[in-house]
Design a protein around this ligand. Structure first.
Ligand code: PHE
Length: 503
């Protein structure tokens, strides 16, 4: 069967932007910027974008396109010894899919709750941890399911399956809405936020540059880490999306567009977040410095707290709650389904399975795996798995990928391919990014990460919890990668034969 292709260039760009622009833009970027020098953070951030984010994005899209295969298959065609880290990325993607879908489930719950707006009548923290998540005493105290989360999860997986059921054909139709709508809703939120009393105070927290931070190496590491996460690179997603491109696609241009769109939306989100926090600070008397600016708490506790006090009475609160949570849903859903689509692509390319059937069964398996995060201990599991699998695997895979592709295979050959069909060519700077800048950054971040985590158990969790939910899961993804690379690939060469690779 011929490989599917994106119906148009704009569809592809939108799908890639949809994957990149997600919760990371709305709740991770503003907080990270604030902690790392406010306006001054934009300098390391944009440097990271151009020296690592866009080069790696272009690399992944172009090898997907070249080999018409998901990450493991594409790496294997470069060198059979590279296949395992493709699968390592797929294993990691699976873990992320399992918990990201649960966050989508919470968002769905909150869309429904927006009609009742309980955060108007009681503390938002109580709504989140007691009413919705019903959080238990610790990671091993599963305590059954939280019914609300379970229900949300069913809807989350149904939505994911619905969006990808016909592969890129259905993805292409969905992203028209899931990419444009959140941007429009974000504009509403920004307009509302910056016209609230106290907003300017909040914005100055976000934007006033603290230049001294530029001398702190951790600020640079944070900028690079945020770029990798935000662009959805290193987890096999962009290779899979690239594999549905035709020969004429000009990856060098598209990578720039996707990277800049993602960064722009992150920057804008900060106006909504900090304008609102400024307002909350003014009416509640809590200084901004003491509020949660990042992560889950910002979206499900701090923000609803502010929403509950929006001017305009109950109607105003309902309206802005709906706008906010529908925005989060549409932001998150296309990131969520891009991860599943990447996993499915890898398996279908390896075993030649029927794509639609595989999609259905992977959604079932994904749903089952995500159940652990829907228990009352789910929040602990999510926090730990996210910290280890996401933060650590992301960087470790990046390091291996850059060494293998940049050094063993050769960045120059890859760049020649990248530039082969376009007038917008990348220069030697691209090789420098892939061979030197990225690996050095990856090495620095992973060593710092290892030292910090071995010295101080993450977030004060008991070590047994961190081993179960963290290190063991990391180890499993590596073992999975290695095993998969030993399983023979079904020969599907008939359609690809004529295109035998000569990069
Ligand atoms: N890029 C997405 C975001 O910013 C997150 C994501 C990371 C999605 C990795 C898939 C894989 O929210």
């Amino acid at each position: 069967m011929a490989r599917q292709q994106w119906s148009s260039r704009s569809t592809f760009v939108m799908a890639a932007v949809g994957s990149a622009v997600g919760l990371g833009n709305a709740w991770r970027f503003p907080g990270i910027a604030y902690q790392n020098g406010g306006g001054a953070f934009l300098i390391p951030y944009f440097i990271a974008l151009f020296t690592a984010g866009i080069p790696l994005l272009a690399l992944e899209l172009s090898i997907g396109k070249k080999f018409q295969s998901g990450a493991p298959g594409a790496f294997a065609q470069l060198n059979k010894k590279f296949e395992w880290f493709g699968w390592w990325g797929v294993g990691t993607a699976f873990c992320i899919a399992a918990y990201y879908s649960v966050v989508v489930a919470w968002v769905i719950d909150y869309v429904a709750l927006s009609f009742k707006v309980p955060w108007m009548d009681k503390a938002a923290a109580e709504v989140f941890t007691q009413d919705v998540l019903q959080v238990s005493s610790g990671m091993f105290d599963l305590g059954g399911f939280s019914p609300v989360v379970l229900l949300g999860l069913v809807f989350a997986w149904l939505s994911i399956w619905y969006c990808i059921r016909h592969g890129v054909a259905s993805v292409g139709k969905v992203v028209k809405y899931t990419v444009i709508l959140p941007i429009i809703l974000l504009m509403f939120l920004i307009l509302r936020a910056v016209t609230l009393p106290g907003a300017l105070e909040g914005l100055s927290y976000y934007l006033v540059p603290d230049w001294s931070k530029l001398l702190d190496i951790n600020v640079w590491a944070a900028a690079y880490g945020q770029i990798f996460f935000s662009l959805s690179i290193l987890f096999s997603i962009m290779v899979a999306y690239g594999s549905y491109l035709g020969k004429d696609a000009e990856v060098t241009k598209d990578a720039m567009i996707i990277g800049l769109a993602d960064a722009g939306i992150s920057f804008l989100s900060g106006f909504a977040a900090f304008g609102t926090l400024g307002y909350l600070a003014q009416i509640s008397g809590t200084p901004i410095a003491e509020m949660k600016h990042t992560g889950i708490m910002l979206a499900f506790v701090t923000y609803p707290e502010a929403l509950g006090q929006m001017p305009g009475g109950r109607f105003g609160v309902i309206l802005f709650s709906l706008i906010f949570f529908i925005m989060l849903f549409t932001l998150a859903i296309d990131s969520a389904f891009s991860i599943i689509e990447a996993i499915i692509t890898a398996f279908v390319d390896k075993f030649g399975w029927n794509k639609e059937r595989t999609t259905f069964w992977f959604c079932v398996v994904g749903f089952c795996a995500s159940l652990i995060f829907a228990t009352r201990a789910g929040l602990y599991w999510l926090d730990i798995v996210d910290h280890f699998v996401n933060d650590f695997n992301l960087i470790a895979i990046g390091l291996v990928e850059c060494i293998a592709l940049g050094w063993i295979f050769g960045a120059k050959k890859l760049r020649e391919y990248l530039n082969s069909n376009t007038t917008f060519k990348y220069g030697v700077w691209w090789d420098v990014a892939i061979k030197y800048i990225c690996p050095v950054i990856f090495l620095f971040i992973s060593v710092t990460y290892l030292i910090t985590n071995l010295k101080n158990p993450y977030d004060g969790y008991p070590v047994a919890h961190l081993i179960t939910g963290g290190w063991a899961v990391v180890a499993l993804t590596v073992v999975f990668g290695i095993i998969m690379s030993f399983i023979p690939t079904k020969d599907q060469s008939k359609s690809v034969e004529n295109e035998k690779v000569t990069v």
